[in-house]
Design a protein around this ligand. Structure first.
Ligand code: FES
Ligand code: FES
Length: 157
C-alpha cells in the first residue's frame, strides 16, 4: 500500500490538490500545509473540540481525521466563515463569550452546523452540539447565552 495519497478537496470554496502522506491529519494539512491556523491544536486526541471544522456541512474533529478521509469533500474552517456566520460571531462578541479565543473557532463552526440544520435549535440541542467543545476561560455561561441569542436571531431571520 502506498504511503502517499493524491488528495483533492475543496477548502473554503477553493480546490486543493496535492500529494500528501497517507498519515497526514486534516488538522496538519490545514494548519501546516495550507497555513489556515484558525483551527486550533488542542488535545490532539479528539477530546477538546478546538480543531473542529465542517466537512460537507457537518462538524468534524480535524485532529483525529486523516486528510485522505475527506477526499472529494468540502471543508470549511473559521477562515471560510463570513457574512453567513456573522450572527454567531456577533452574539459571541456581544456576550463576551470569547477570552483567549482558543475554543472559539470550533464553537462557531459547531453552532453554524447546528443552526443550518435546525434554525429553531433549543437549549438541549445547543448543549448537545457544544458538548465536545471545551472552554477553559468562560465557564460556558456566556457561550450558552450567545448561542441562545444566535439561535433566536437565526430563527427570526
Ligand atoms: S485538538 Fe482536536 S479535539 Fe482537541
Ligand atoms: S475562550 Fe479560552 S478556551 Fe474558550
Amino acid at each position: 500500500m502506498s504511503d502517499e495519497v493524491v488528495l483533492t478537496v475543496q477548502v473554503n470554496g477553493e480546490r486543493v490538490r496535492r500529494l500528501i502522506p497517507a498519515s497526514r491529519t486534516l488538522l496538519d494539512l490545514l494548519r501546516e500545509d495550507l497555513r489556515l491556523t484558525g483551527s486550533k491544536h488542542g488535545c490532539d486526541v479528539g477530546d477538546c473540540g478546538a480543531c473542529t471544522v465542517r466537512v460537507d456541512g457537518l462538524p468534524r474533529l480535524a485532529c483525529i481525521t486523516l486528510a485522505a478521509e475527506v477526499q472529494g469533500a468540502s471543508v470549511q474552517t473559521i477562515e471560510g466563515c463570513g457574512s453567513k456566520e456573522a450572527y454567531i460571531v456577533d452574539a459571541l462578541d456581544k456576550h463576551v463569550a470569547s477570552q483567549c479565543g482558543y475554543c472559539t473557532p470550533g464553537i462557531v463552526l459547531c453552532l453554524a452546523s447546528l443552526f443550518d440544520d435546525q434554525a429553531d435549535a433549543d437549549e438541549a440541542a445547543i448543549r448537545e452540539a457544544l458538548g465536545s467543545n471545551i472552554c477553559r476561560c468562560t465557564g460556558y455561561t456566556k457561550i450558552l447565552a450567545a448561542a441562545r441569542e444566535a439561535a433566536a436571531s437565526r430563527s427570526s431571520a
